[in-house]
Design a protein around this ligand. Structure first.
Ligand code: IMP
Ligand code: MG
Length: 183
């Protein structure tokens, strides 16, 4: 069976299918259940748009503590397959985070610039706790000191799409993770 897809000008090949991804999401859900077992208020999940929506939903279905969702748009300036240092943040709607348990939900941690920006921004809002759960990380690229608390998938340093991740706006709804093969 052919597990390649073409998105715009580029060809991607399947690396992980949905069941492989969801097994790891299940594990992260168990870790979160242990970490947030005794919360007295709902945990605020800050979902980074647009890539983390699929992960946020798959995770939310599997946890047993209450959550509220807040959305934030993070845009890093750069070419379509490479981010650069500056990250612009814009929160959708109102969000009061003082004294709350805040859990940022990310699709992928690459350089970590986005997580550093989010962390610095949310710390000024005085949360009780601030952590991150990410669908995936490119561990060999990540070079920041901040801890990455919960990780579903460890990936090689290759460009990937699917399960929320996009290439130039495309490929987010692929029910698996696909890696770049060529043009
Ligand atoms: P960072 O700020 O370098 O950690 O990059 C994080 C953001 O870059 C992610 O939230 C994605 O939006 C994007 N990104 C990084 N690597 C990939 C990839 O392989 N595929 C799709 N998007 C990616
Ligand atoms: Mg993102």
């Amino acid at each position: 069976m052919d597990h390649t897809v073409k998105i715009k000008d580029k060809v991607f090949e399947r690396l992980l299918d949905a069941s492989q991804i969801e097994k790891q999401i299940e594990r992260v859900a168990c870790e979160l259940d242990a970490a947030y077992a005794n919360v007295s208020q709902p945990v605020v999940m800050v979902v980074t748009l647009s890539g983390a929506m699929a992960f946020a939903w798959e995770l939310s279905k599997r946890i047993s503590f209450p959550v509220e969702w807040v959305f934030i748009k993070c845009s890093s300036y750069g070419s379509e397959m490479q981010s650069c240092g500056e990250v612009a943040l814009s929160v959708v709607g109102r969000c009061e985070l003082e004294g709350r348990d805040v859990l940022v939900i990310e699709d992928i941690v690459d350089s970590g610039n986005t997580w550093v920006s989010l962390h610095n921004h949310f710390m000024t809002l005085l949360p009780r706790t601030l952590r991150i759960a990410t669908l995936s990380i490119k561990r060999e690229v990540y070079d920041k000191a901040l801890q990455i608390d919960f990780v579903a998938l460890e990936l090689e340093n290759r460009f990937v799409v699917g399960y929320g991740l996009d290439y130039d706006g495309g490929g987010r709804n692929l029910n698996g993770i696909y890696e770049f093969k060529g043009v």
